[in-house]
Design a protein around this ligand. Structure first.
Ligand code: PMP
Length: 400
């Protein structure tokens, strides 16, 4: 019976890491997955995370099951970090927060909730978006379509296209928005554009659904990176926010994040939360505790919180330096007159190079640079020392 099971294709993002591991060339570079590396290209465990773990050992904390909704101290600080502790929606109990299996698991739980309570409602994804969004909504059996986002001509935002596609979506659709540092393009709307996006979403009775995987990583400021979400909540809108601590606290494998649902009343929030628990119970019963305690210790402690902000600025700063050096190297080496300044306008971990699939294949096959086939490179996996090599590879791939 298992003989009839077909082979699944490798994952377009995580499959890149597998191919990278198998490559024996010493020049190889893994710019596929969005994981922060040091200048020596080594994985980085934040000092505040080590301190929080030491605290946990000293306290001799146990490994009992968490409640279905997760660690209360985590849920409290994660909502406060996102919305701001003094935000009326937090103070009035209008936010249902449930600990999720990182960003992905939180999105998937939201998918299950939409499928159950909004049958037939559509999710609108940006074109392009993080590759896993489509998988998540396919597996949740939630229909989705795309709104225009990236304009290859300007290597910027197709704002008019975005607005008109959101307008045209069936009333009451869920509009998936990247809270900051859009993946894969690195292009975010301006504050004025966010206001207009909120206008059309309200006009059409749509429900905003934020994916916040990079809070603190786009600008280096936790508050600035949450401003899009806060702008929408300030308008009294009901909305979803999936959060992830994979990048900003480097907790990739701890699978720690949350789903926040803002409702119009505390009563509705309590009912929403009860249903989210009901959906989570048969899927994974209750979430893991280790990452939740780390976040609760770091975000909930003023000293560690400040140290975290410094470390995050360091990480965001290293990425900005690499971005600048890559731009400088490309501009100096490329004799074609191509304008590379779009690289500097993009923010976050990634650069969307504009390389097409064949050119991305050349990057890997000839230059041993591993990246996703949509032309995205992770600058978090690049060092200053490798910028010149990468610039050579990009120029060769673009022009040949
Ligand atoms: N959303 C976006 C846009 C992402 O880029 C990522 C991470 N690559 C995630 C969600 C979720 O990641 P995780 O499940 O590790 O939190």
């Amino acid at each position: 019976r298992f003989e009839s099971i077909p082979m699944a294709p490798p994952d377009p993002i995580l499959g890149v890491s597998e191919a990278f591991k198998a490559d024996t060339n010493s020049a190889k570079l893994n710019l596929g997955v969005g994981a922060y590396r040091t200048e020596e290209l080594q994985p980085y465990v934040l000092n505040v995370v080590k301190k929080a773990e030491t605290l946990m050992l000293e306290r001799g904390e146990n490994k009992e099951y968490l409640p279905i909704e997760g660690l209360a101290a985590f849920n409290k600080v994660t909502a406060e970090l996102l919305f701001g502790a003094d935000n009326p929606v937090v103070q009035q109990g209008k936010v249902a927060t449930i600990q999720g299996l990182s960003g992905t698991g939180s999105l998937r739980l939201a998918g299950a909730f939409i499928e159950r309570y909004f049958p037939g409602a559509k999710v609108l994804l940006s074109s392009p978006s993080w590759g896993n969004h489509k998988n998540i909504f396919n597996d949740s059996r939630v229909p989705w379509s795309e709104y225009r986002y990236y304009d290859p001509k300007t290597v910027g935002l197709d704002f008019d296209g975005m607005i008109s596609d959101i307008k045209e979506a069936p009333e009451g659709s869920f509009i998936l928005l990247h809270g900051c540092a859009h993946n894969p393009t690195g292009i975010d709307p301006t504050p004025e554009q966010w206001e207009k996006i909120a206008d059309v979403i309200q006009e059409k009775n749509h429900i905003p659904f934020f994916d916040v995987a990079y809070q603190g990583f786009a600008s280096g400021s936790l508050d600035a990176d949450a401003s899009s979400v806060r702008l929408f909540t300030a308008r009294g809108m009901e909305l979803f926010v999936a959060q992830s601590y994979s990048k900003n606290l480097g907790l990739y494998a701890e699978r720690i994040g949350a789903l926040n649902v803002v409702s119009s009343s505390a009563d509705a929030a309590a009912r929403v939360k009860s249903q989210l628990k009901r959906l989570a119970r048969p899927m994974y019963s209750n979430p893991p505790i280790h990452g939740a305690r780390i976040v609760a210790n770091v975000v909930g402690d003023p000293v560690l919180f400040n140290e975290w902000k410094e470390e995050m600025e360091l990480m965001a700063g290293r990425i900005k330096n690499v971005r600048q050096k890559l731009f400088d190297s490309l501009s100096a080496k490329d004799k074609s007159g191509k304008d590379w300044s779009f690289i500097l306008r993009q923010i976050g971990m990634f650069s969307f190079t504009g390389l097409n699939k064949a050119q991305s294949d050349n990057m890997t096959d000839k230059w041993h640079v591993y990246m996703t086939k949509d032309g995205r490179i992770s600058l978090a996996g690049l060092s200053l020392a490798k910028c010149e090599y990468l610039a050579d590879a990009i120029i060769d791939s673009f022009h040949n």
